[in-house]
Design a protein. Structure first.
Length: 125
C-alpha cells in the first residue's frame, strides 16, 4: 500500500474515531446533565453503563490522536490538516443522526461554507 493511501486511511480513521468519541461522551453527559454539576452528577457519571460508554468514548479520542500521528508520518501537514478540519462536519451529522439534535438550514449553510474553505485550502498535487 502506498504511503499516500495508507496516510489517508489513517486520516479517515482519525476523523471517524474522534467524531464517534465525541458523540459517545456527549450522550453520556446528556444522560446526567439534568442533575446539574454536583456530587450527584459525578456519581451518575461513574455508574456502570455510563462509565463503559464514557470510557469507550475516551478510548476513541485517544485512538483518533494515534491515527492522526500515524497519518502525519505519511502525509504532509498542509494536505492532512484541512481534511482533519472537516471533522466538524462529521460531528454535526453524527449529532443529528445519533443524538437527535436539530440541524437548521443555517447549520447546513455553515457546513457547505466549511467544505468550500477546505477545498480552497487543499494544496494542488
Amino acid at each position: 500500500m502506498s504511503r499516500f493511501l495508507l496516510g489517508n486511511l489513517f486520516l479517515v480513521l482519525s476523523l471517524f474515531s474522534a467524531a464517534g468519541g465525541h458523540i459517545l461522551l456527549k450522550a453520556v453527559i446528556d444522560d446526567v446533565k439534568s442533575t446539574g454539576v454536583n456530587r450527584e452528577m459525578l456519581r451518575l457519571l461513574l455508574s456502570g453503563e455510563r462509565m463503559v460508554r464514557g470510557g469507550f468514548g475516551g478510548f476513541l479520542i485517544v485512538a483518533a490522536f494515534v491515527f492522526w500521528m500515524l497519518a502525519l508520518t505519511k502525509l504532509d501537514l498542509s494536505y492532512a490538516y484541512p481534511i482533519a478540519c472537516s471533522s466538524v462536519l462529521l460531528v454535526t451529522i453524527f449529532s443529528a443522526v445519533f443524538l437527535g439534535e436539530p440541524v437548521t438550514a443555517r447549520t447546513y449553510l455553515a457546513s457547505v461554507l466549511i467544505l468550500v474553505g477546505i477545498a480552497l485550502l487543499m494544496p494542488s498535487k
